[in-house]
Ligand binder design. Structure first.
Ligand code: SAM
Length: 276
């Protein structure tokens, strides 16, 4: 008997993935959590019916979420990740020699524990001495800080359930206050082709708070392939310009050329966000 996982990206579009085995399934305090082993993408974390990350293509998303802001910042000593309980973003952050402290704040301890067990290629860095993992609501967490971080990375689920508040103005204003001078925020921003309104709202809101806010793109096969958006906001610098050279270790998608090219937006995308 064949087993298929179906995920809808819009009411009229979906993706099916053939499944070898469901390795884990539970209802946590916040979300429905599943780890499945698939033929095409290896193991995958699924939350509330949406694929979050897979062994096969997670490197694209995590490299582009992390190395663009960290390479655009001259001295990223203190980095905060909100969400990211699978550990993939932290693993990439630790490839930067200048990072002295990395804080991960995820609301759901079961995501962290389950990814430690089933997704070691992502979660292995969570035990690094530079890393502090806190189980808390990122919305409340950032409110405690004033000018404390150089980079804030929002690696949240889609704007559903506990993530909704991570897409609104008051959270971004708290994050602005928690950033040091020269600070940079990046937020995973959904899919330009199928969630243009969400992308537009994120870019517009950040532009109202930060002096600079730009969209850049990558293609992530499990997130409807082309045009996955990342919105990066700075306290003045141009994030398309690479400001440091401390990235150690191999990357398979990110490079200086890819960094610069990611900010080159097709005319229809510029139209969605009201200009680059
Ligand atoms: N890489 C995935 C993506 O691209 O969509 C998401 C990574 S990670 C699995 C998303 C994490 O956000 C989940 O572990 C979830 O528990 C966490 N999360 C959701 N709302 C949150 C909140 N308000 N504060 C902190 N973490 C939150």
């Amino acid at each position: 008997m064949e087993l298929w996982f179906k995920e809808t990206h819009t009411p009229n579009l979906g993706m099916v993935v053939k499944v070898k085995e469901t390795l884990h399934r539970e209802k946590t305090r916040y979300q429905d959590l599943m780890i499945m082993d698939t033929y095409e993408f290896g193991r995958a974390l699924v939350l509330d019916g949406y694929i979050q990350t897979t062994e096969k293509d997670e490197f694209i998303y995590h490299e582009m979420l992390v190395h663009v802001p960290l390479m655009a910042h001259a001295n990223p000593n203190k980095v905060l990740i909100i969400g990211g309980g699978d550990g993939g973003a932290i693993r990439e952050v630790l490839k930067h020699r200048k990072v002295q402290q990395a804080f991960l704040v995820d609301i759901d301890e079961r995501v962290v524990a389950t990814c430690r067990e089933y997704l070691p290629s992502l979660s292995s860095a969570l035990d690094d001495p530079r890393v502090t993992v806190t189980i808390a609501d990122g919305i409340e967490y950032v409110k405690q800080f004033k000018e404390a971080f150089d980079v804030i990375i929002v690696d949240s689920t889609d704007p559903l359930g506990p993530s909704v508040g991570l897409f609104n103005r008051s959270f971004y204003e708290s994050a602005y206050g928690a950033l040091r001078s020269g600070g940079i925020l990046v937020a995973q921003s959904e899919q330009v082709m199928f969630q243009p309104d969400t992308v537009r709202d994120i870019v517009t809101t950040l532009r109202a708070i930060f002096p600079v806010a730009k969209l850049y793109l990558a293609w992530v096969p499990t997130y409807s392939a082309w045009g996955y958006g990342f919105t990066i906001a700075t306290k003045g610098s141009d994030p398309a310009v690479i400001s440091n050279d401390d990235l150690e270790g191999k990357t398979r998608y990110y490079s200086a050329e890819v960094h610069r090219a990611a900010f080159v937006l097709p005319p229809f995308v510029k139209e969605i966000i009201g200009g680059e």
